[in-house]
Ligand binder design. Sequence first.
Ligand SMILES: Cc1cc2nc3c(=O)[nH]c(=O)nc-3n(C[C@H](O)[C@H](O)[C@H](O)COP(=O)(O)OP(=O)(O)OC[C@H]3O[C@@H](n4cnc5c(N)ncnc54)[C@H](O)[C@@H]3O)c2cc1C
Length: 546
Amino acid sequence: MIANSQNNVFDVTILGGGLAGLTLAKQLLTRQPGLRVAVVEKRVFPVAETTHKVGESTVEIGAHYFGEQLGLKKHLTDDQLPKFGLRFFFKDAFQSLAEGTEVGGSSFFAAPSYQVDRGRLENFLAESDQELGATIFAGARVKEVFLDSSQNGTEDTAHRVTFLQDKQKHSIESRWIVDASGRAAFIKRKLNLEEDLGHDINAAWFRIDSNIQVDAWCDDPDWQKLTGKVPRRWLSTNHLMGEGYWVWLIPLATGSTSIGIVADPRIHPLNTFNSVEKSFAWLQEHEPECADAIEDQLDQVQDFLAIKKMSRGSRQVFSVDRWGLVGEAAAFLDPFYSPGSDFIAIGNTMVGKLIEEDLAGNSITHLAPTLQSVFLTLFQNNLLTYRDQYPLFGNPRIMAVKFVWDYAVYWGFPALLYFNEKLTDASFIQSLHKGVEEIRDMNLKMQTFFRKWYEADSSVNAVPAFVDQSNIEIMTRLNRELTERLDDAALRDRFRENVVLIRELMHEIVGRICIAEPELQAEFGPQADETTSEQRLTSVFEMLEV
Ligand SMILES: Cc1cc2nc3c(=O)[nH]c(=O)nc-3n(C[C@H](O)[C@H](O)[C@H](O)COP(=O)(O)OP(=O)(O)OC[C@H]3O[C@@H](n4cnc5c(N)ncnc54)[C@H](O)[C@@H]3O)c2cc1C
């Protein structure tokens, strides 16, 4: 630790007090009480509820980080909303929801997730951080960051940050700097680390002061009862799917609904939906039921924002020179499966480990590049899930199968290791490298396969069907297994079983589709030794007439 105890000297300075910065401060102070943590945030608290930021839907890793690792379960349960999974609707513009294909659960998965009002959560975190002893410089705009590059530092070396607060210039020093400044991304810009991900996606969103429930869009009692006795589809992150786009509907605990359009500009340019009026006209054309549901409430629109080319990468995220990038200041992929909070959880956990080791006097010379390599591998693997896949988004047959694949890879690999607190255990991860590489290669192959399947058969066939993910055993099992704590040997075995499971799933999907689309056989068809007798998706294939 830096010996100087003046109040402008800290162990860790966090640039930006948004979700990543505030959760990191809580994580550090919970694990190491007494650590001197500064957060420099340009806004003042409390921030506005409802309209503060997007990033409202959490999935399992992020939800576990917030609920269990940071001890926020009570806040999430009492002051936010439970999430009824991700749900997807496919249909032609003239069909009602019930006439199209729905993919989602009929019951809650075992590992919980939440819909979070970002303003409410950040206000809660800011208070809690201060109670734990963090110094929050609010209303403080970071101006410059001076990085100390003397390898590993000494007691006397420090990074320096200058900021303006109340028109006064301040300067603070710390052994560690973590950039959590979101898109401002000070360190990434300063060191020129930006990486083009080749994934060009735009979005526009608004909040409306009304609880929009998709459950009410169709009065067929049979359809309504498919997901339980009481209407609860509205608690899902609902995705209205179409070629080149998806529309989100996310309920907020304040009673408002967040609605966003996310699209590939090659199919739906941003200038066709970059204002409230244009978004509404766009919804009238592509998702008329949604437009009908909000038409009478357009005077209750609370905000509107649009963002171009939202995906951001970074060549480096951690340094032996005692800095790290977390949250959007590091990287952001695509909101389709809500992975933003997952990467905050993973990045924060990793940078926290580096800080802990370093402050304990241990070298991070090998640990920093190893954790970075794990982080970037997970990020790149996840990117494959979205890149060049938007044209498929209107096709329920391909997407319903892709969902099973994508979830199996997510729950069976990174989520399993994260829940068991092993993503920062370098030697454990290295012991799994063969399986990790195989999953990466299989995922690469399968994401290409889904695109080629679409090229071979792009006909949209939104048959009236409910693909109930609660009845897909591989999904319920992989999700449920996240809630079990395993020792190292059992975790290694479970991971190996999951690699086999994922391999069998690949062979089943490819084998089945190649029968219907023989032109895919030469490139993807299973070899004689690759066929599987396991039939996990038969009912899905039959229901969707694959
Ligand atoms: C369209 C869209 C939809 C999304 N949907 C989801 C979703 O459903 N689920 C999900 O998990 N993620 C989602 N995300 C991602 C999610 O929004 C981000 O992961 C998350 O907001 C990043 O948090 P952060 O703390 O890194 O950045 P931010 O929340 O942006 O925080 C950065 C902070 O830095 C502060 N700051 C900036 N400049 C300065 C300065 N000069 N001085 C001091 N402070 C400064 C800002 O005021 C801000 O508070 C979505 C993203 C987009 C673009």
